[in-house]
Design a protein around this ligand. Structure first.
Ligand SMILES: *Cc1c(COP(=O)(O)O)cnc(C)c1O
Length: 414
């Protein structure tokens, strides 16, 4: 960091403070993780200087002899890790990857159908404030009113009624496995393409801790920075049949020069994700989430769907007399980073919903296990009881600081 400290001490100091914050807080935001130092080195390399519009061996600029090799390695590793026929590693992030999938599979004005945002879907699945909800006719399905799980009979009935061009399976706040095989049946019955968005769970899929959508989907989209533990970016995986359309949609359809520095970081992350250690990591994420959920239930928390079988837990803070925002705020003061989130059929408004969303990808990257999950659940329970008391929250902060020093955050200079 010495170059940066010299050139711009203000930014250098803010980054150092952010390093410290990330190292000394317990990261429970389920979409966040810690990349390895190796991934960060590749991402912060000279590759950021290079323009590479096009695809390997079909570029518009000279000087691609090393860039092409890097992008081909990233593509090859993604194909073999996920068993995909074709992969595009250029999307800048998960949102542009989803838009590219729609551009590849349908026309403006066509109907797309995904899980409603307040029920756990993502903005880019056709929500009204997203371009995907403005360029396409958007239909939504919801979770079951009692179980709060995906209701495949209702999804089938709605899909047959509205006949979407693209059916979307995937979520940003859903704590159960998604049955991609049933989604594929429904898509076939109603004549839709199936887009599976595994932004949150791609690391679980890679590590064998969640069934893969690859055999079932026309196109799979994902971020690279959530459970997959790569640099911030996006990726599209598809059948050979859609390869040309997907590539054309990403470039020149939506993007210009790809971020080859990020693609190099992704290549490194994909190599890491192909190791037995990563398989163990993916399973440990789920085991930790189950341990955390069980202890929260013992403390009387109400969990959406009653628990979890992935990396994520959604709890109803109003079961502890707090709003989601009050609870998330108090947790943050104590040193437990989470986010307020709507719960299905939430009676409260989206900017101050009833729920809090937590997850275990980041704490598992630090090497924490079930014993630490019990400790974290106990802290969350104490926060809920003492959220008005700065002294009690400060005592929890001290305890959290001790635990964080026992489990250093990967990739972060101490
Ligand atoms: C996070 C997420 C995205 C968007 O990814 P960004 O990188 O934030 O653009 C898309 N879909 C789902 C399901 C997500 O959880």
């Amino acid at each position: 960091m010495s170059n940066l400290e010299h050139a711009d001490p203000e930014i250098a100091s803010l980054i150092a403070r952010e390093d410290h914050r990330q190292a000394r807080q317990i990261r429970l935001i389920p979409s966040e993780n810690y990349t390895s130092a190796a991934v960060m080195e590749a991402t912060g390399s000279s590759l950021t200087n290079k323009y590479s519009e096009g695809y390997p061996n079909k570029r518009y600029y000279e000087g691609q002899e090393f860039i092409d090799q890097i992008e081909l390695i990233a593509i090859g590793r993604a194909k073999s890790l996920f068993g995909a026929e074709h992969v595009n590693v250029q999307p800048y992030s998960g949102s542009p990857a989803n838009l590219a999938a729609f551009v590849a599979l349908c026309q403006p004005g066509d109907t797309i159908m995904g899980l409603s945002l307040p029920h756990g879907g993502h903005l880019t699945h056709g929500w009204s404030v997203s371009a995907t909800g403005q360029f396409y006719k958007s239909e939504r399905y919801e979770v079951h009113p009692e179980t709060h799980r995906l209701d495949y009979d209702a999804i089938r009935a709605k899909a047959l009624a509205v006949r979407p061009r693209v059916l979307i399976a995937g979520a940003t706040a859903y704590s159960r496995q998604i049955d991609f095989a049933i989604f594929a049946e429904i898509a076939k019955e109603c004549g839709a393409y199936l887009l599976c968005d595994i932004a949150h769970i791609s690391g679980l899929v890679a590590g064998g801790a969640h069934p893969s959508p690859i055999p079932h989907a026309d196109v799979v989209s994902t971020t690279t920075h959530k459970t997959l533990r790569g640099p911030r970016g996006g990726m599209l995986l598809c059948k050979e049949l859609h390869a040309k359309a997907v590539d054309r949609a990403v470039f020149p359809g939506l993007q210009g020069g790809p971020h080859e520095n990020v693609i190099a970081g992704l290549a490194v992350a994909l190599k890491e994700a192909a190791t037995p250690a990563f398989t163990a990591y993916a399973h440990a994420i789920v085991a930790n989430a189950k341990a955390l959920a069980e202890r929260l239930l013992e403390h009387g928390f109400s969990l959406v769907t009653g628990g979890t079988d992935n990396h994520l837990i959604l709890f109803d803070a109003t079961s502890k007399g707090a709003t989601g925002k009050e609870m998330a705020r108090a947790m943050a003061i104590a040193g437990l980073e989470a986010n307020a989130n709507t719960i299905p059929f939430d009676p409260r408004k989206p900017f101050d919903p009833s729920g809090v969303r937590i997850g275990t990808p980041a704490v598992t990257s630090r090497g924490m296990g079930p014993a630490e999950m019990i400790q974290i659940a106990d802290w969350i329970a104490r926060v809920s009881e003492a959220r008005q008391s700065p002294d009690s929250l400060a005592r929890i902060t001290t305890e959290i600081d001790t635990l964080c020093q026992q489990f250093p955050a990967p990739g972060i200079p101490v």
